[in-house]
Design a protein around this ligand. Sequence first.
Ligand code: PRP
Length: 181
Amino acid sequence: MYTENDVQSVMLTTEQLAERVNALAEQISEDYKGEYPLFIAVLKGSFVFYSDLLRALSLPVQVDFMSVSSYGERAASSGRVKIMKDADADVRGRHVVVVEDIIDTGNTLYALKNLLLHRGAKSVKICALLDKASRRAADISADYVGFEIEDEFVIGYGLDYAERYRNLPFVGILKRSVYEK
Ligand code: PRP
């Protein structure tokens, strides 16, 4: 299997991920008790986390999907984000939870959160599986974080390198030799 050659080490096992995702779901279910929030997955990386998280919630939720790319630092200062696929739902008056696989510089989520608030969302919270806090450039933090991690090249559980490895059932550190070829 290609993984044995390409993964330097396993950072988060399937079991660790499941346990943390279930704990996040429990906390979110408590915080949104009695509400019908709109959960927006930011594609593509969040698809695995999103589906596990949502199935562990004890809440009625509406699901939706966006695909965005930030303009880098320009996004953080301008609050602009390039939308490749927009959500179908009207966010006006809604409690929105944005689900991401990872926050790195924070530029993407900074711009996306501002966009959703500008569109009239009642509240926007961010749930990120992984947080590379040391890399933060934009003034934003997630409301729910699975794991704070070091600045490593991580793959699996939705995260890719050149569109590969998203289907690994764990989060691993990619071998340098793979991306320095
Ligand atoms: C990743 C991740 C976030 C963004 C975080 O997406 O899913 O959307 O980068 O980076 P930032 O905090 O520096 O803005 P990516 O562009 O790799 O797309 P993908 O989810 O389709 O893999």
